[in-house]
Design a protein around this ligand. Structure first.
Ligand SMILES: [Fe+2]
Length: 270
């Protein structure tokens, strides 16, 4: 992707996101949160991409996937006043429809269009379909890692002030009860991402987020999680429950191993 093309996409994003300005300050704050999230995912994806020695064109393509990944959030919020896909519709699918409707990608080459569509569509799926081609898979994984890093930032910032200001678009509508669910504990003990069906309270949800380390792909991603102390910050917001402490220790030790052992699979250009 050429620099002028990424520039054009950024200009479109700015104009499009500004067209959703809302009267209610709380609504506006929620949309602003998504705009800032998008900007930071763009920064993180470049950080991870550089660690993989991507060339300038590939880095710009990665940045474009980050820029557009949550584009469906604006229509979603305007229509339903929520970011919960389960209560509205899938914001990733909606995002690809927005890109289509506004002909956002039409000036790019077909391979770039395919990669951006694919990365946007799969960024929030539990798993990426295995029959996708290698390049599409690679850029999807890159975006998913970068997105998770910034969701860690958003939620850890929030958990530190949650006693002052509840925001249910971040916290979902799970009750803040003591303890954790057995099924969540089992998922993590098996080193698997926690299934959404297993969530019963806020602690479960926090553990689901910590368990994202079992669905991250690149060494640099693990290093960022460690550098920014995200696992500790989430743990600190949870009660001193023996099961939480034990699973927390496992997650932190696994993160250390992933920082040391993970080898980035070489990205071969198509
Ligand atoms: Fe998203």
């Amino acid at each position: 992707m050429k620099e002028a093309q990424l520039h054009q996409l950024k200009k479109w994003f700015r104009e499009y996101s500004q067209s959703f300005m809302m009267d209610d300050p709380d609504d506006q704050r929620n949309l602003d949160l998504k705009i800032r999230h998008t900007q930071r995912v763009c920064d993180v994806i470049l950080d991870i991409g550089q660690s993989l020695n991507l060339d300038e064109g590939e880095l710009r393509l990665a940045a474009a996937t980050a820029l557009l990944h949550d584009i469906g959030r604006f229509e979603q919020y305007q229509k339903y006043r929520t970011f919960m896909d389960s209560k509205s519709e899938d914001h990733a699918t909606l995002g690809t429809q927005v890109l289509e409707k506004h002909n956002v990608l039409e000036f790019l080459i077909p391979d770039e269009i395919r990669i951006i569509r694919c990365a946007v569509l799969y960024h929030n799926r539990l798993t990426i379909p295995t029959d996708e081609d290698e390049t599409c898979l690679f850029f999807s994984q890159l975006l998913r890692d970068a997105d998770k890093i910034d969701v860690y930032k958003v939620v850890t910032d929030y958990y530190q002030i949650a006693h002052e200001e509840l925001n249910e678009t971040i916290q979902l509508d799970l009750p803040d009860l003591p303890g954790i669910s057995d099924s969540v504990y089992n998922d993590l003990q098996n080193k698997q991402v926690v299934s959404k069906d297993h969530l019963h309270n806020l602690n479960d949800f926090k553990l689901l987020q910590m368990g994202w380390i079992y669905d991250m792909h690149f060494k640099r991603t693990f290093e960022i999680v460690r550098e920014r102390h995200y696992l500790d910050l989430i743990l600190e917001s949870m009660p001193d429950d023996p099961a939480i402490i034990q699973i927390g220790l496992q997650l932190k030790s696994d993160l250390e191993h992933f920082c040391m052992d993970s080898i980035d699979s070489a990205y071969s250009k198509a």
